[in-house]
Design a protein around this ligand. Sequence first.
Ligand code: PHE
Length: 447
Amino acid sequence: MKQQRGQFGSHLGVLMAIIGSAVGFGNIWRFPYLVGENGGGAFLLLYLGITLVIGLPLMLSEFIIGKTAKSNCVGSFKKLKPKSKWHFIGYISIITGFAILGFYSVIGGWTIFFLVDSITGAATTSTELSSQNFDTFINSAWKPAAISLGFVLTVAAIVLRGVEKGIEKTNKILMPFLAIILVALAINSLTLDGAKQGLTFLFNPDFSAITFNTFLDALGQVFFTLSIGMGVIITYSSYVKNEYNMLKTQLIIITSDTVIALIAGIVIFPAVFTFGLNPSEGPTLAFVVLPTLFAQMSGGAILASLFFLMLFIAAITSAISILEMITAFMVEQYKISRRKAIIFPTIIIATLAVLSALSQSDKYTIEVMGLNFFDFLDALSANYLMTIAALLTIVFVGWKMDKSTVRNAFTSNGKYYTMLFPFIRFMIRYVVPLAIAVIMLSKLNII
Ligand code: PHE
């Protein structure tokens, strides 16, 4: 049986789907707390620099692979370099995908729980009580596990409907909705007393806060937030029609992702300063600090509900992209139907999600290498697997693919930005691999 490959129906659909993948917990949860922990504006500048110098060429490389090969994350490498071992990168992506979905679905479940909690007005006005509320929820073990299972099944149901009817349609409806909620929340934050202080913190660089670790955090964040080093962009770009102007598409995606992270910061920091809290709260910023802050504002229940709805949308559109990456691989490499292809990964993801939800409760000890299972999956994917896959991918495009093939993909057969190509290729061949390698080695304490 020859499977018909899916394709995005419009350029807007492409943009919404890839922005949907990119915008996730990375922007609304991880970015603000990293800014908070790393001294505000200085981290922001570093992050912007890395996004342009490393993030953009990496995303372009994945796009070039997907657009040229028109296949999944393993099949693409096989098509471009048959009889080589480069498709191994695709297998790393699949493992990373499982690992990310294993903990991402748990946080996805939290957003559902907190959404319901906010709608019913259960949030409290003190951080201690909110923190207790969060702890009680996490420790109830089977409850978060069951809710994350619900999250996984919803993701599977959307992916099952296919590229255009499931993925594109969902993103086209949900992403504008996310943007509207985000802007409304930001406007509300700007009216708070702490607005000025919050914005100063976000935009005023304090360079003394920058250490080498800040650099690593910023790099990891760029990979995570742009969904690179994971085969997701390879898969999605394989559904993109050839005629689009690649660089322009990428710039729109990267700018949107960055602007959304910034607006998330504008939502969060004024609120944090208004209520005299510490911006470096870390991961609990979104689930403990914010509900408390909203509860103290007028219309707090509505604001909190909107916030968690937005977080849920951000999460589900990212999770969809990861499951699609795995499903496309199953359908094309094993020549099975989409329905069959989804069952196996969904079972694995559901198992990982339940284990990582349980690992967070005091009742169960589920540890790998000294970390609870949830943290292990997070560290494994964001700190190691994505970096390795990203490095190998860019080396593949820079050194293994034919120059003319890369050029044709980048310029849409000579139509766009031909003058820029030598510069981009130089970045892809030398600058980015070197930068990633140096950072990786230092992470492993080798240099
Ligand atoms: N980019 C998503 C975020 O910011 C996470 C993600 C990583 C999604 C890798 C797909 C692939 O949350």
